[in-house]
Design a protein around this ligand. Sequence first.
Ligand SMILES: [Zn+2]
Length: 58
Amino acid sequence: MIAEYEIEDSDKVEVVARKTSLPKCARCWIHHSSVGSFSKHPGVCEKCFRVLEETYDY
Ligand SMILES: [Zn+2]
């Protein structure tokens, strides 16, 4: 059962990756053109960048 779910998941990710050429956010895994445009957090999208900036107090 668990193995079947894992196979389905990896298929979905592959399909999504083929549909868009936009970079993928390392934090929320959405594809967005803003990923990579922040030198402070180069691997995340605009949304996650703002979250990281607001909660970066530890
Ligand atoms: Zn993100």
